[in-house]
Write a protein of this length. Structure first.
Length: 213
């Protein structure tokens, strides 16, 4: 396989990274709210949060992707396949991140919460300034693993015509009749991306530990 073909895969990986990064960020925002709902004393909110997590963790991402892709036009939302793909990825990772954060929230020392109450902080301020930062610090390894899983799972968005690394690999394999080297190279690119993400995750863990020390 030529360097020109390999470079096409590298360029396409930029879109994989972009779609995954946007989905992870949106998913984290959703996960924070879903986690708060699951831990809420309000039974309806807690039930809704658990149902959301159960559905998106209990069904294949491919099915979720196709449901979102075909459902949006039915309800009058004619969005691009890229937007539909990002939405599906965001909802899926939100469920996993919410469950990860739930474990982190439950591990927050009660003394910190009691100290916040004594200082007169509101429930929202305590959540934003104490509970969420501590929970994120405690769950950084798991959140990094989820980011890596989403990057790999993002290859599924090729089924709805979104151009990214896997789509480019398929197109090049069919046009050059060299499937083995093309897909091997694509796998190598995925591996490099995920090693970089894992490295950043370890750096973030060390920084969090130094800040906590």
């Amino acid at each position: 396989m030529s360097w020109e073909l390999f470079w096409l895969l590298v360029e396409a990986s930029g879109l994989t990274i972009l779609y995954s990064a946007i989905s992870i960020a949106i998913g984290f925002l959703l996960a924070s709210g879903i986690c708060a709902a699951m831990l809420s004393a309000h039974r309806g909110a807690a039930t809704a949060g658990r149902l959301f997590v159960s559905f998106f963790r209990g069904t294949p991402l491919l099915i979720q992707l196709l449901l979102v892709y075909y459902l949006l036009p039915k309800i009058g939302l004619n969005v691009s396949s890229e937007i539909a793909a990002i939405l599906a990825l965001s909802l899926c990772t939100a469920a996993y991140q919410a469950e990860i954060l739930r474990g982190g929230f439950q591990s927050v020392p009660k003394g910190l919460i009691e100290a916040a109450d004594m200082c007169g902080l509101s429930a929202f301020s305590t959540f934003r300034r104490i509970r969420l930062p501590v929970a994120v610090r405690l769950t950084l390894p798991a959140l990094t693993s989820e980011a890596i899983m989403l990057l790999k799972s993002s290859s599924l968005i090729s089924v709805v015509g979104v151009v990214e690394l896997t789509t480019m690999a398929k197109d090049l394999a069919s046009s050059t009749y060299q499937p083995l080297p093309i897909f091997a190279a694509a796998g190598l690119v995925y591996l490099i991306i995920n090693l970089v993400v894992a490295g950043f995750g370890r750096l973030a863990e060390r920084a969090a530990k130094r800040g906590h020390a």
